[in-house]
Every structure is written in C-alpha cells, then in structure tokens.
Design a protein. Structure first.
Ligand SMILES: [Zn+2]
Length: 180
C-alpha cells in the first residue's frame, strides 16, 4: 500500500495507458475521451468545467475522485456524475455494462442459479447487432467487456468457494474437555 502522507511527486507522469496518477489514492488512471466527461457529468458540474480534455479516470473502488486533470488541478468527484460508477459501488444497482444494462447483481443471481453468466455472450451479440455507445455511457469511456469478463470470473470463483465450504464442526468440546 502507498503511504497517504507521502507528497505526490509523480502526479503528472503519464502511466503506460496514458493516464495520470490520482493524487488522492495514488493509483494510475486511464485517459478518457472528452465526450465521455461531457456526457456523464451533471449539468451543474459541466458548466464549471475548465476543459473536458485530458482527463484521466480513477478506477479505485473506494476513491471519491472520478476524473482528474492534475496539470490544471481539476477534479471531478463521484457525486458530480449523473450515473452510478460500477467499479465504485457495491450496493445495487452497480452497473457493469452501461449500454445494455447489466448489473453486478444480475451476474451474481445468474451465477448462483447456473454457475456461470451469459453476460459476456449477450453483450457481444448485441454489440455486433446494434453497436454500443461506451464512449458516452461508460464512465471509463471504454468498452465494458474486460470489466464484465473479470466480474463474471470473480462471481464464479466466489460461488465455487461458497459451495465448497464445509460447515465447520466445533471441536471445542473435545479440546476443552478436561482429561479423564
Ligand atoms: Zn483515486
């Protein structure tokens, strides 16, 4: 973990994906297109934007920052977005796919019933049929599929773990029982 008291020194150094380092959580962000920021911030916040260019998206689950541009000290909080940000939400509904409406709960429910999820196939099919609009619907400004794939794998792993859990048998009676 990073030391929160440490002074930021590499904020403006772009990471491999072209994003900057979030000054609040110190994790690297990913560059987002201007149209994503313009489409998803609340109207109130939009009129106060210095610029919509050059923002990076922070994807750290517990960080309140959504978009940031360190060089001009511009930060957009989670609360300034008109949509819920799936990676920063655990409560329902936590969106996974913004174009076709998949949530974490929908994947969880399907995995619980069937052991897997049709989300990736369904989204891929619909993308082929109608195209998607990730750039203006997904806060990351990118295709949701890698996130959906990761979440399905995570949900399946969690379900498998739950199923393999054997109820623990308390053996305190034995260990606490005075020796005869
Ligand atoms: Zn952050």
């Amino acid at each position: 973990m990073t030391d929160p008291t440490e002074q930021p020194c590499s904020c403006c150094h772009p990471d491999a994906a072209g994003g900057q380092i979030c000054r609040v959580c110190r994790n690297p962000g990913t560059l987002v297109p201007a149209i994503t920021v313009e489409s998803l911030v609340t109207p109130d916040r939009r009129i106060r934007l210095v610029s919509s260019d050059g923002f990076s998206a922070c994807r750290t689950p517990n960080c309140q920052v959504t978009y940031f541009a360190n060089e001009r000290n511009e930060y957009i909080d989670k609360a300034d977005l008109a949509v819920r940000i799936g990676v920063k939400e655990t409560d329902d509904p936590a969106p996974l796919c913004y174009c076709f409406g998949w949530t974490k709960r929908m994947v969880d429910d399907e995995v619980a019933r069937t052991g897997t999820s049709s989300a990736v196939c369904e989204i891929t099919d619909r993308m082929r049929a109608t195209g998607c609009a990730c750039e203006v619907t997904n806060p990351s400004g990118r295709c949701c599929l890698p996130d959906v794939q990761a979440y399905v794998a995570h949900a399946a792993e969690r379900a498998a773990m739950t199923n393999s859990l054997v109820p623990s048998t308390p053996d305190e009676h034995q260990t606490l029982r005075p020796r005869s």
